[in-house]
Design a binder for this molecule. Structure first.
Ligand code: ARG
Length: 298
């Protein structure tokens, strides 16, 4: 009985997190502890990541669109994952051609870029931290970066934090994995997608991924490969920086296990998507944020 009381008290106190935290002590939850109301699950029609499908509103509430003022149409540059109310995890290579970070901003809580809706929030960049050993000349080794937002975002049914795994998570045992983003929906399309796309993918053994018919030694130990041997379904240009997400083996929340990094073409056989393995950078992430990330459940 006293244990139950303690649990209720903890829940009531929002699990005793610091004052900036308005995200309830949760991460990785898609079905939020909120009341959606009937309107929240509207489909945006079945228009048609390559081989994916439209998501429902607030389906991946930590997925953000990183945008640049000079990019035509939607401005979309890359994806990213909200891991703290003020920090976004993304890929280092997204910023190769960005000379002025003050032209970059982040749209959080949107599903359709041309109609972000009332649930969306926009933030500017206070600082960009690119991994000190990011190596564009060595198959994008350490392709990971963090953006500190100018102001924290407020969590809501549309905006939630992602869970960042540490080295103890047995990633290869995770079965239900997804990619999502606003990237091109065909390998030849040059523009990004207006409505967020998602697709289920399988984690691919690194040995197989690195074998001679596949990526022939280009995959680092800090990478993950995900997709299908036959191709068809994959991330593509514009999905970079966004998450590879897997459901926990026991509980109903998702880990951001990868950051979309590269691939040869898109959706080709034996050339799956290559992701930066987030768990290998858990400590780097903590150091950059200067404190324990709030989304670091373990
Ligand atoms: N480099 C791409 C980007 O900047 C992501 C490519 C992912 N490619 C793939 N075949 N999975 O958006």
């Amino acid at each position: 009985m006293s244990l139950l009381c303690l649990l209720i008290l903890q829940a009531a106190c929002g699990l005793a997190h610091s004052t900036w935290d308005n995200c309830g002590g949760y991460c990785g939850l898609r079905a939020m502890p909120y009341d959606y109301g009937a309107g929240a699950y509207n489909y945006y029609g079945m228009t048609r990541v390559v081989g994916g499908s439209n998501v429902q509103t607030a389906d991946w509430p930590w997925l953000v669109s990183i945008q640049h003022m000079w990019i035509p149409d939607t401005g979309h540059l890359c994806g990213g994952s909200l891991i703290h109310p003020q920090w976004v995890l993304t890929a280092a290579h997204c910023f190769t051609d960005v000379s002025n970070i003050s032209l970059v901003y982040v749209v959080i809580g949107a599903t359709q870029l041309t109609q972000p809706g009332p649930g969306a929030q926009v933030r500017y960049i206070r600082q960009l931290r690119i991994h000190q050993y990011y190596d564009p000349g060595n198959n994008l080794k350490n392709d990971i970066a963090l953006l500190e937002l100018d102001e924290p975002v407020l969590c809501s049914p549309y905006i939630q934090l992602a869970c960042v795994p540490d080295v103890n998570l047995r990633v290869s045992e995770l079965i239900y994995c997804f990619v999502a983003g606003w990237g091109a929906t065909t390998a030849r399309a040059s523009s990004s997608s207006d409505v967020m796309q998602e697709a289920m993918v399988h984690l691919i053994d690194l040995k197989l991924c690195n074998s001679s018919q596949w990526y022939a030694g280009k995959i680092h130990t800090n990478n993950l490969c995900a997709g299908y041997p036959q191709g068809t379904i994959d991330t593509c240009q514009g999905d970079s920086g966004g998450p590879l997400m897997c459901k926990d083996t026991v509980a109903d929340y998702y880990w951001v296990v990868g950051v979309t990094s590269w691939g040869k073409g898109c959706a080709r056989a034996k050339q799956p998507g290559v992701y930066t393995s987030v768990q290998h950078f858990h400590d780097w992430i903590l150091v950059q944020m200067g404190a324990s990330p709030y989304g670091s459940a373990s």
